[in-house]
Ligand binder design. Structure first.
Ligand SMILES: NC(=O)c1ccc[n+]([C@@H]2O[C@H](COP(=O)([O-])OP(=O)(O)OC[C@H]3O[C@@H](n4cnc5c(N)ncnc54)[C@H](O)[C@@H]3O)[C@@H](O)[C@H]2O)c1
Length: 319
């Protein structure tokens, strides 16, 4: 099979490509415009693989995308390409609308034209909006969506567009909504690598507000395995949540990093809260577990330790 992976030079995309190349003999065509968040360094170890091809292109460029589909005729498209940082979406929302919504539409138009067998949209728990900190509710896939930030809204809109392409044109789509990922190759704008980088450069870990906002954390390898299962075995038109229910406050994450790096809590500073900061997200992954047999393999405890070790061994990545 030929699998076209967009955004494959970014964090989750490059880990997904690595997983696919290690486990299958399929051809992987990576399409990425190499924004500040993408780098060919993230793909160095697969660059020379006979099954791998990289193409620099923007998913909002209709002509470029059409040319790529015409030439490579992919069987499957997995769309990781996105503007992914909530803080950036607060300061500069327009590019989020363009890349995350219009870019997804450009890809789906090409999928229809070239009769792609599966379009998979990589989405997020943020589309469900937040829950009170003390809530014990879990969102299932049919829950109402009420995204808060411009980022979350752009992802929710892309999800709805994908569902509309299934219903209106019969495009065979699937959608995965995962919780917060951590692991190797994550841009240092995000909490875990940013915290490690701050500690390595003599700065304190900045935490928004009182640090008590909660997220569910998943190791990127567990997410990539889930996406692979959904892409290959998930039912057309379906949404699958991917979550571990390993709920941690940002403060707990910072403390775990400090403990592993043998540093004290004086290395945390509380900074002005993010505008409209979501309190907590919580999802059930029962559908994914029951239908496709997915299970979490990496606990937050062991995953965070191996992740910190990776950044310590790859300090150049943080530069
Ligand atoms: N990181 C998380 O915790 C998380 C959680 C849930 C969902 N997601 C979703 O997973 C996907 C990947 O996230 P990530 O953390 O790897 O993001 P990332 O920011 O690390 O990578 C995004 C990649 O997309 C590329 N890109 C951006 N705009 C593009 C465009 N117009 N054309 C082509 N390429 C473009 C970038 O160059 C980069 O390589 C995103 O869709 C994101 O919304 C991420």
């Amino acid at each position: 099979m030929r699998i076209l992976v967009t955004g494959g030079a970014g964090f989750i995309g490059c880990n997904f490509i690595r997983y696919e190349i290690a486990n299958y003999d399929d051809t992987i065509i990576c399409v990425d415009s190499l924004t500040y968040a993408g780098s060919l360094n993230n793909l160095k170890d697969v660059a020379d693989n006979k099954n791998f091809k990289f193409i620099k292109a923007d998913i909002t460029d209709e002509q470029a995308i059409d040319d790529i589909f015409k030439e490579y005729n992919p069987d499957i498209v997995v769309n990781f390409a996105a503007e992914s940082h909530v803080d950036n979406s607060i300061n500069n929302p327009n590019i989020f609308t363009k890349t995350n919504i219009f870019g997804t539409q450009v890809l789906m138009n090409a999928c229809l034209k070239y009769k792609v067998k599966r379009f998979h949209q990589v989405s997020t728990d943020e589309v469900y909006g937040d829950l009170p900190l003390n809530s014990e509710k879990w969102c299932i896939e049919s829950a109402h969506i009420k995204p808060s930030s411009p980022y979350a809204v752009s992802k929710a809109a892309a999800d709805l567009l994908a569902l509309s392409y299934k219903r209106t044109y019969g495009l065979p789509i699937t959608i995965s909504r995962s919780s917060n990922n951590y692991g190797p190759y994550q841009n240092k704008e995000k909490l875990v690598p940013n915290s490690i980088n701050c500690l390595l450069t003599g700065k304190k870990i900045p935490l928004y507000g009182n640090g008590l906002n909660k997220r569910e954390w998943i190791h990127v390898d567990d997410n990539c395995k889930a996406i692979d299962l959904i892409v290959r075995k998930g039912r057309e038109g379906e949404i699958y949540n991917i979550s571990t229910n390993e709920e941690k406050t940002n403060l707990q994450v910072a403390r775990a990093i400090l403990a592993k790096m043998e540093m004290g809590e004086e290395n945390i500073e509380f900074v002005e809260d993010r505008k409209g900061h979501d309190l907590k997200y919580s999802m059930s992954s029962n559908k994914l577990k029951q239908e496709l047999g997915w299970k979490q393999e990496i606990s937050f405890r062991e995953g965070l330790i191996s992740t910190i070790d990776w950044y310590l061994e790859n300090k150049d990545f943080l530069k």
